[in-house]
Design a protein around this ligand. Structure first.
Ligand code: GDP
Ligand code: MG
Length: 163
């Protein structure tokens, strides 16, 4: 089958928004409420004549609002088992939070290639405010905005270069 690219990250950073934007169709449910349960979704993405299977891990497992970190852990385990490349999504508007560190810790243990996507970089000013995310240890954060459709080509190039 096609190589799998898994989108991971804590709830509400914009994983489903990013998924729909990259796929070019509204497949995954975007919800302003953190921790809403939904199914795992995947779709084929084509870019520059190459193909991969993109997976939105947001709905894997039963999401319990009182224990979001368990849900995050579970979705990561699922996604990483099959992924060739991981897109780790963080939120520049909220900045770096504890759950991001937990996700990063898990990803480090798996040792798969990680692209750090700093979403909600809706403006140039926000795109320049990604410095804190270097601490996560996955190199330069790539500013993107699923809402304002910024940074798509850079993200796709980064994904393909690691496949
Ligand atoms: P998920 O839980 O990680 O899948 O996040 P969602 O895709 O459901 O998005 C959570 C919230 O963030 C929704 O209210 C989205 O509209 C919002 N959101 C997603 N991407 C962006 C973005 O690039 N900029 C801004 N400002 N909001 C976004
Ligand atoms: Mg989602």
């Amino acid at each position: 089958g096609l190589p799998v690219v898994a989108i991971v990250g804590r709830p509400n950073v914009g994983k489903s928004s990013l998924f729909n934007w990259l796929v070019g169709r509204r497949i995954s449910i975007v919800d302003p409420t953190p921790g809403v349960t939904r199914d795992r979704v995947s779709a084929t993405v084509e870019y520059a004549g190459r193909y991969f299977e993109l997976v939105d891990t947001g709905g894997v497992g039963v999401v319990d609002r009182a224990d979001l970190s368990t849900a995050v852990e579970r979705q990561i385990e699922y996604a990483l088992a099959s992924a060739a490349v991981v897109v780790f999504v963080v939120d520049v508007r909220s900045g770096l939070v504890g759950l991001d560190e937990e996700v990063a810790e898990r990803l480090r243990r798996w040792g798969k290639p990680v692209i750090l996507a700093a979403n909600k970089a809706d403006t140039e000013v926000l795109a320049c405010a990604v410095g804190d995310f270097y601490k996560l240890g996955f190199g330069a954060p790539l500013p993107v905005s699923a809402e304002q459709k910024r940074g798509k080509e850079e993200l796709l190039e980064a994904i393909l270069s690691r496949l």
